[in-house]
Write a protein that binds this ligand. Structure first.
Ligand code: SF4
Ligand code: FES
Length: 409
């Protein structure tokens, strides 16, 4: 028998929710409600990172949920038993009501994390967020010095601002995670980035290799690391993890195209996490909207979030193992990685129901590995910057200025 929830489609009444999950002997009992949920409260952002995890079709400000709607979402999540929420974006502090939303999250008992580029924060605003009960701050860094970092972010003075905000975060005694997105054009800075995280007194460093969907897929040729870089990265991370044990926790995942087994993306589709988009769509992952042919329910619909999680077609399509083709279907790892990433399978094969080509058992694996090798060796270094206009190609002049700066010209 399939362990999807597809058979359980009776819409409950308006007061459904946790009670429904608890009272029915449904497959949803197996999954429960995720303990943590990512809220992309806006796609607006002053940065233009070429690997942004937002969809290429960004939600405009006019479509965003209102303050009242987000508060209702937060209350509903708390009622369901969600413990932690991540305020993300775009840049979440681009919303004027961010302090009010954090305060509401605290009022309903949610632990809140701010995932931020930091560039819009003042010390007073950060202090107001701390007073409102913000529990944790995660700042993204694009490098360890301005010449590389500001170029990748597409914003002058961004790096200096991030360092400043990281310092304030620790002064306000909030825990800090440094998120460093790594790729061919900044991997040479990894040892200095690790030291930067130590100097900033961060609790955790995420060495996050770029995941190639959406904007990053468009920029893959400019971002793909070489195998030599990845081997060196693994060595550097392992050495630092041992050396900094007890001082800095370091998370690291090998990039998909060079892995032999795929990552258990999102902990398995519809198993552990969900996202809510700026316009209120409830999504199994941040890139799910890139899969054409899936319809996503909205918090603006008549359904509760629990009903959407439990019953919606989009969540059930790839839940569990019943949907799997070979080689996953009879693979001993099918309940370990759940077939890898649906969005990557769609992006690379045109069918989200295929085995993720990051898996060495996929018939497409060899092909993507060779493509990665080819692209990493080519000299296509110009970025397509993320924006609401569908992207802007970096000028040769700005790229060359950056290279001059690095060379000390
Ligand atoms: Fe995972 Fe499927 Fe590959 Fe097996 S064949 S390791 S289940 S992706
Ligand atoms: Fe969507 Fe992996 S990013 S399933």
């Amino acid at each position: 028998m399939s362990d999807t929830l597809a058979d359980n489609k009776t819409p409950p009444g308006p007061s459904d929710g946790l009670a429904v999950l608890e009272s029915r002997r449904s497959a949803a009992e197996t999954y429960g409600i995720p303990l943590a949920v990512l809220l992309e409260i806006t796609h607006r952002c002053p940065l233009q990172c070429p690997y942004c995890s937002n969809p290429v079709e960004l939600d405009r400000g006019s479509t965003e949920l209102t303050t009242g709607e987000w508060k209702k979402v937060l209350s509903e999540l708390a009622e369901l038993g969600v413990l932690q929420i991540h305020f993300s974006g775009g840049e979440p502090t681009a919303r004027k009501d961010i302090v009010e939303l954090v305060q509401h999250a605290s009022d309903v008992g949610l632990y809140s994390n701010l995932i931020t580029s930091a560039v819009l924060l003042t010390k007073d605003k950060l202090a107001a967020l701390a007073d409102a009960g913000l529990s944790h701050v995660q700042i993204s860094f694009q490098g360890n010095e301005p010449a590389v970092a500001d170029r990748v972010a597409g914003l002058k003075d961004a790096h200096r601002k991030k360092l400043e905000v990281a310092k304030w975060t620790r002064e306000l005694e909030m825990p800090l995670t440094v998120n460093a997105v790594m790729h061919r054009q900044n991997l040479h800075q990894l040892p200095d980035i690790i030291q930067m995280a130590v100097d900033l007194d961060a609790d955790r460093l995420e060495v996050a290799n770029v995941q190639y969907y959406g904007w990053a897929l468009k920029n893959r040729a400019a971002l793909m690391p070489t195998i030599a870089q990845i081997e060196e990265t693994s060595r550097i991370v392992e050495e630092a993890q041992a050396r900094l044990k007890g001082t800095l926790a370091i998370d690291y995942v090998v990039p998909d195209y060079y892995a032999l087994r795929p990552k258990k993306c999102m902990g398995g589709w519809g198993r552990q996490f969900f996202n809510i988009s700026p316009a209120g769509k409830v999504l199994p992952c941040h890139a799910a909207e890139s899969i054409t042919g899936l319809e996503f329910e909205s918090v603006r619909s008549n359904h509760s979030i629990a009903w959407i999680w439990q019953n919606s077609e989009a969540f059930n399509r790839y839940r569990g193992t019943g949907w799997m083709p070979e080689p996953c279907k009879s693979c001993e790892f099918r309940e370990v990685d759940y077939g890898g990433c649906r969005c990557q399978a769609f992006a690379l094969t045109g069918d989200a129901g295929n085995t993720d080509p990051a898996c060495a058992l996929s018939p497409r694996h060899e092909e993507i590995f060779k493509q990665a090798e080819r692209e990493s060796a080519a000299s296509q270094n110009r970025f397509l910057y993320r924006n609401f206009a569908g992207g802007t190609l970096e000028t040769e002049e700005s790229r060359d200025n950056r290279q001059d700066n690095r060379n000390g010209a």
